[in-house]
Write a protein that binds this ligand. Structure first.
Ligand code: GTP
Length: 933
């Protein structure tokens, strides 16, 4: 019964503790409420006193502003007297003053600040709009004028506007209420509360700054108390009467421990009382517990056989007696039920033994069957694993239950990925899924369906979304919840592709045979037709199919058959036959070409032959025409004075005309088909190698060479023209070679003529003008001296005039011959015009050579000259311009200098010579020539 005692004691403890705590809590709350109420009452009291005080002072100043002695005082002195009197009566006003409309103090109590401009002060500005009350502030202007005190002067400002009869502001009455009265109020309350309850009193402005309070806190923001060590009461000013609040608030606060001191005493008493109650109740509780539990303990002992069952009279209370009776009955019932259960258990045990033996027996047999089934399943699984066909099994819901490696390879899904998934989602293309679901719904109930037990071709899906054409063999299986299905699936894409290829090939063959311009047929061993293309039928006027079974003789006609028949034995022994023939049809020769090709069976025996006949009439005619054209071309090219050839890409001569033979002496027949190098020799080939390569790259090339073949000098102009049958390839080169020897000679002669004087055969002026600059350049390079000799036949005009023009010509010719004979071959002798001649002397070592030559010419000119029985006198005047070695001079300047020298000779009486040295500094020298004059 210890537990009963323990629980009773525990209940007692908890009860006493709960009551104690509750009482304590209520007392604490009440004490706190009482303390706060007291604080609040004091805060409200001070707030009311402040509001009322402010309202009263506000009313006092309003009254003063309405007094005639102030507002309409006749003089400033009168006004000052009135203000002085007011301050005396109400000493709490530190300053009273009147201003004019501009803010200048015109009268004040005790004359303080008179004459000062207060227009910037807030009270003055505020009063212009109506009655004004300013919040507490420290003295600004008056601080120095008022008597000194412990604390700084602080005021509350009142100001009222003063108006004239028209209602215009004529001035302001300002009052500074000393803040000392409010401080006193707070001080009184604070002292009382400090003494009674240790509380503190503070007055805060609208911005929570301490206006009144302990000196160290004044002017600072009151820090909030968050630790609960203080109890607070706050009372906000609401104004009073006409005075509207400035937002002050009174705060009264008290240390919590001081406020709750009465409660703390009560708390200790409560705990002591609870302890005493507990000490008193504990033994009583123990005794009561024992007394109540005694009958139950006795009954328990009796039931467990430790003691005799107590009599009813010994049991103290009725409930225990009833309990005792119930337990006795229960005990008896329990004994009976136990006996029955024991009997039942024994019987059950026996039956379980029997059943266990039977089950063991069944189990043995079942194990044997399971092993058999397992082996056959293994065999089946192995077969399915090895099966080249994919095997897929689905249950009655269409979910995949089996999936062999071939299925993995075919569809790209592993067995684990697809097991339990809907087969339709995995394998069936979206367009067929609806039909599949409908079929599957019916099948899963009946096990029957249109496709069950059949082999059919269907499209299936690969994992990558591609469609696989497959052949499926589908079967049904009875399952617990309906019918399952399985399918062997074979990829038939290759087979279908092969079939398609065969079909396309057949189609192509039909197309080819249908459009080929040849007769195609197939005949069996007995030469009976088994197939003919459309052309074959049309030629014989046969309807489709009518040719089948016809003998070759009937199929191609008697005349044709006569040409074919000799070849039949050869073909029927397995050899091909090929021949050409012609027949006359409708007055025209028709040429044809026949191919007979045997067809052999698997063991090599001839089963029939193909007959293909081409009409080659057009080809034959074309060949004839081509031959004619070739002959014509040969005739033309052979008779042209042009050498024509064709060289192929391997540099072989494939065509040559007869001119080739005439010019080279090589027979065309010997050269044709041979490499060009071999035919024309290494040296000539080397000359043509580069142009030939360019032509074979597609360029037209022209070049000239001089040939000495057969001892004849020929200037040959050759054109290589690429043979380009298509845009890409050059397959050879046409060559056209023309003999331009005569043309080149004529050109040379004409060029010579252009530079020669026709009368004398000497160089002409143009020749001289080209020559001299070149001669000067040569002299410059060789650092040799040069001279130009200018000659004129003396009095030549007289010869003309006396003996006629022809005589003049003869003189000119003779003179030129004598002149040329006097010079070196390399010196240029030229006739400039009329009887004027020049000589260019090159490679001179000194001017003496010139003198020598001049004298020689003078002498030669003087020699007797006979013309038509007349002795003609001939002399010449010479002017020489000598250009020393290394000195520059232009051609025209040298000629001018020579001309000037000639003029001097003429001046001096003719038949002589004059030499001048010519030349210029390098800087003056320019390379001008006659051409630029
Ligand atoms: N016969 C002939 N006379 C020509 C030919 N070309 C020019 N003349 C003449 O040659 C003459 C040239 O005479 P000039 O050189 O002026 O005088 P010149 O009589 O020689 O006198 P100088 O020179 O002062 O000694 C002119 O009468 C021309 O008509 C020509 O080709 N044949």
């Amino acid at each position: 019964m210890t537990w009963l005692f323990a629980s009773t004691v525990l209940t007692l403890v908890i009860g006493v503790l709960a009551v104690t705590l509750l009482v304590d809590r209520l007392v604490h709350q009440q004490a706190r409420r009482d303390a706060l109420r007291l604080l609040q009452a004091n805060a409200d009291g001070l707030r009311d006193a402040l509001d009322r005080g402010m309202a009263q002072h506000f009313a006092e100043v309003r009254l003063l502003s309405g007094l005639q002695q102030v507002a309409q005082a006749p003089t400033v002195a009168d006004a000052r007297v009135a203000l002085d009197g007011f301050v005396t009566s109400f000493p709490q006003f530190a300053w009273l003053g009147l201003t004019d409309a501009s803010g200048k103090v015109i009268a004040s109590a005790n004359g303080l600040l008179e004459g000062v401009n207060v227009s910037a002060r807030p009270w003055f500005k505020g009063a212009l709009a109506g009655p004004f009350v300013g919040d507490v502030h420290e003295a600004v202007l008056l601080a120095k004028l008022l008597p000194a005190q412990n604390e700084p002067w602080r005021f509350v400002d009142f100001a009222f506007p003063l108006k004239d009869e028209q209602g215009r502001i004529k001035g302001v009455l300002g009052a500074h209420l000393s803040w000392g009265w409010a401080g006193q109020l707070r001080q009184d309350l604070s002292e009382r509360l400090a003494k009674e309850a240790g509380a503190e009193v503070l007055v805060l402005g609208s911005n929570d700054i301490v206006l009144l309070g302990p000196t160290e806190q004044q002017g600072k923001k009151l820090p909030p108390s968050t630790d609960g060590s203080l109890l607070w009461a706050t009372s906000k000013s609401a104004g009073h009467g006409d005075f509207r609040t400035l937002g002050w608030q009174v705060v009264v606060r008290q240390p919590a421990n001081q406020a709750l001191a009465p409660y703390d005493a009560l708390h200790a008493q409560t705990l002591a009382t609870a302890g005493a109650v507990f000490a008193l109740l504990l033994p009583m509780t123990w005794w009561l517990a024992r007394r109540l539990s005694r009958p139950l303990v006795d009954v328990k002992k009796a039931l467990s056989g430790q003691a005799a069952m107590p009599r009813d009279d010994d049991i103290l209370y009725e409930e225990a007696r009833a309990l005792k009776q119930a337990l006795i009955e229960h005990d008896e019932r329990h004994a009976r039920q136990s006996a029955a259960l024991e009997a039942m258990a024994m019987s059950l045990e026996k039956r379980v033994d029997e059943r266990t033996r039977e089950l063991a027996d069944i189990n043995d047999r079942l194990s044997q069957s399971m092993r058999d089934v397992g082996r056959s399943q293994e065999r089946l699984a192995s077969i399915l694993r090895q099966s080249p066909d994919a095997f897929v099994c689905v249950d009655a819901k269409g979910l995949i239950s089996d999936w062999n490696p071939a299925a993995e390879a075919l569809f790209g899904w592993t067995r684990d990925e697809v097991r339990g998934r809907l087969m339709a989602d995995i394998l069936i293309p979206a367009v067929h899924r609806q039909a599949h679901h409908a079929g599957m719904a019916a099948f899963s109930k009946t096990g029957e369906g249109a496709i069950i037990g059949k082999r059919l071709e269907l499209p299936t899906l690969h994992r990558d979304g591609s469609v696989i054409s497959a052949e499926l063999s589908i079967g049904a299986l009875k399952a617990e919840d309906g019918y399952a299905a399985f399918a062997f699936v074979r990829d038939i894409r290759e087979r279908l592709a092969a079939q398609e290829e065969v079909r396309i090939s057949q189609h192509r063959l039909q197309q080819v045979l249908g459009t080929i311009p040849a007769l195609v047929g197939y005949f069996d061993r007995d030469a009976r037709c088994r197939y003919s293309n459309e052309l074959g039928r049309k030629l014989r006027g046969l309807a489709p199919g009518a040719e089948i079974g016809l003998h070759l003789r009937e199929a191609i006609g008697e005349q044709n058959y006569a040409l074919h028949e000799p070849h039949l034995p050869k073909v029927l022994t397995g050899q091909r036959a090929h021949f050409e023939g012609s027949v006359r049809q409708r007055g025209q020769d028709v040429h044809f070409q026949v191919h007979m090709v045997p067809e052999k069976g698997p063991s090599g025996e001839v089963t029939g032959f193909y007959l293909m006949t081409f009409d080659v009439t057009a080809l034959k005619e074309a060949q004839l025409q081509q031959e004619r054209a070739r002959r014509q071309l040969r005739a033309i090219t052979d008779n042209l004075p042009v050498m024509i050839s064709y060289i192929d890409a391997e540099h072989r001569l494939q065509f040559l005309n007869r001119t080739f033979e005439q010019w080279t002496g090589v027979a065309v027949a010997d050269a044709l088909g041979k490499p060009m190098r071999e035919v024309i020799g290494e040296q000539l080939y080397e000359q043509r190698r580069e142009p030939l390569a360019k032509a074979l790259e597609g360029q037209r090339v022209e070049f000239e060479v001089v040939s000495e073949a057969l001892g004849v000098r020929r200037v040959l102009q050759t054109a290589y023209i690429p043979d380009r049958p298509t845009a890409e390839a050059v397959v050879g080169v046409y060559t056209l070679t023309t003999d331009v020897t005569a043309m080149r000679d004529a050109e040379r002669r004409m060029a010579e003529l252009a530079l020669t004087d026709t009368l004398t055969g000497l160089a002409n002026r143009r020749n001289f003008e080209q020559w001299l600059p070149l001669a000067l350049a040569r002299a410059q390079r060789a650092k040799t001296a040069t001279a130009v000799m200018f000659l004129d036949i003396d009095h030549f005009k007289r010869i003309n005039d006396t003996f006629g023009h022809a005589a003049g010509d003869a003189v000119l010719v003779t003179f030129s011959q004598r002149l040329a004979a006097s010079m070196r071959k390399t010196d240029l002798v030229a006739r400039l015009a009329g009887d004027e001649f020049v000589v260019v002397l090159e490679g001179l070592s000194d001017p003496d050579v010139c003198h020598l030559l001049a004298r020689k010419v003078n002498e030669a000119a003087r020699q007797p000259l006979r013309y038509q029985d007349h002795d003609l006198a001939m002399t010449t005047s010479i002017g020489i311009a000598y250009l020393p070695a290394g000195v520059h001079q232009t051609a025209e300047a040298i000629l001018q200098d020579a001309d000037a020298a000639l003029y001097q000779t003429k001046e001096r009486g003719r038949d002589g010579y004059t030499t001048v040295e010519t030349g210029a500094d390098e800087a003056e020298f320019s390379t001008s020539s006659f051409a630029t004059l």
